[in-house]
Design a protein around this ligand. Structure first.
Ligand code: MG
Length: 382
């Protein structure tokens, strides 16, 4: 990833603040080092900022996390790191001093879902008005509480401030140099120096990862689909979902030709954005001659887990004129669930015929199709 460091004017830079302990997350390490899918929380923000007019990013972190952050930023051009102080205020100040520029965006490292559009809006506003504070209209009714008495505030006028918060560099440095007291965000520091911050549209997706549930919550799933067909012939076993099916014919193929398991493997691989089974297990390789497809399924599962995903659910259909599969479907289902380490509720298998039409209907082949949803893991465990 390369930042456009050639663009000199206006020179737009960002400070990403990652020096907090994040104790409310209950993670045993800094939450910005937490992996979501294939990236750490910090990388997610860095990658999004790299798509914008931002030329340089200064990451502010603690001395303790410096080696880990250095490791991450070594793969980026235009990103540097400084150590922060014991408060957010001191950390931001350290980040501001590290890289003078024209427009500076200050961003919480714990907001990895920030979008390119939100970043660009704060920049445009700072260029035009001196500042741009990402914020969203308050969804909850906010109460002002004093001495146990509550007072409702007019919701239409309430906004939740987010980051990034963009400022003219000279103005925010001036505000920081004069600020006294405690502040919860940079807009407040800016305000305390007599400047009037401009609000721009943030996003409800731009959440700040704070509590354990923020790290467990899935950010949607990835769909996958697979299809396979094998010819029926004599002198072969019929194996579906790893189960031996009592039938005079079997499926022809290089492996055990378990058409159902093949469709499921391709569904999983496509959802994980990995090459299909034809690429992973080529039928020209003797290693896979007559191999149990359940063995291959477990290898596919390992790849899916290594990619940062876990199975949400799988839904598959076997298309066969004969034999009648209904009596053995429960067996197939539990066999596949056990092989994948998932519950029965996570895998559904059904069967259908083709009304005696075509190659399947004439009893010459069996096909299967499978769909699945994968969700991102936060801990690499299935
Ligand atoms: Mg196949």
């Amino acid at each position: 990833m390369k930042y456009n460091t050639d663009t000199p004017s206006p020179n737009i830079a960002a400070v990403i603040v990652c020096a907090g302990k994040g104790e409310r997350s209950q993670l045993p390490y800094n939450k910005i080092l937490h992996q979501i899918g294939r990236k750490t929380v910090l990388e997610m923000s860095l990658d999004t900022f790299a798509m914008t007019k931002v030329n340089h990013v200064t990451v502010v972190t603690s001395a303790e996390d410096l080696p880990a952050v250095n490791d991450i930023i070594s793969t980026y051009d235009g990103v540097s790191v400084v150590t922060g102080g014991d408060t957010r205020f001191k950390s931001v100040l350290a980040g501001l001093k590290a890289y003078p520029c024209d427009i500076v965006l200050i961003h919480d490292g714990a907001r990895p879902y920030v979008s390119k559009e939100v970043i660009e809006r704060t920049i445009d506003s700072a260029v035009n008005t001196g500042s741009g504070i990402a914020a969203v209209p308050s969804v909850d009714t906010v109460k002002y509480v004093e001495n146990g008495k509550t007072r409702s505030l007019p919701r239409a006028k309430l906004f939740n401030a987010q980051t990034p918060q963009a400022f003219r560099y000279d103005q925010i440095v001036d505000a920081y140099s004069r600020a006294q007291g405690t502040f919860t965000d940079d807009a407040e520091v800016y305000e305390s120096a007599g400047y009037s911050p401009t609000i721009v549209e943030g996003s409800y997706d731009n959440i700040k990862l704070t509590t354990p549930s923020d790290f467990v919550a899935s950010r949607g799933g990835r769909i996958g689909v697979g299809y396979d067909l094998h010819r029926l012939c004599e002198n072969r076993k019929l194996i579906l979902g790893g189960v031996n099916v009592d039938y005079p014919l079997g499926l022809l193929g290089h492996s055990d030709a378990d058409v159902l398991t093949h469709a499921i493997m391709d569904a999983l691989l496509s959802a994980a954005d990995l090459p299909d089974i034809g690429v992973l297990f080529p039928d020209t390789d003797d290693k896979y001659l007559n191999i149990s497809s359940i063995t291959l399924l477990k290898q596919v599962l390992d790849k899916v887990v290594a990619g940062g995903y876990k199975i949400g659910n799988i839904s598959a259909v076997v298309i066969a004129q004969q034999p009648k599969l209904a009596p053995i479907i429960p067996n197939i289902r539990s066999n596949l669930a056990a092989a994948l380490g998932i519950t029965l509720k996570q895998i559904n298998i059904s069967a259908t015929t083709t009304e005696r039409l075509g190659i399947i209907g004439e009893g010459n082949a069996i096909a299967a199709t499978a769909s699945c949803i994968l969700t991102e893991t936060t801990d690499g465990q299935n």
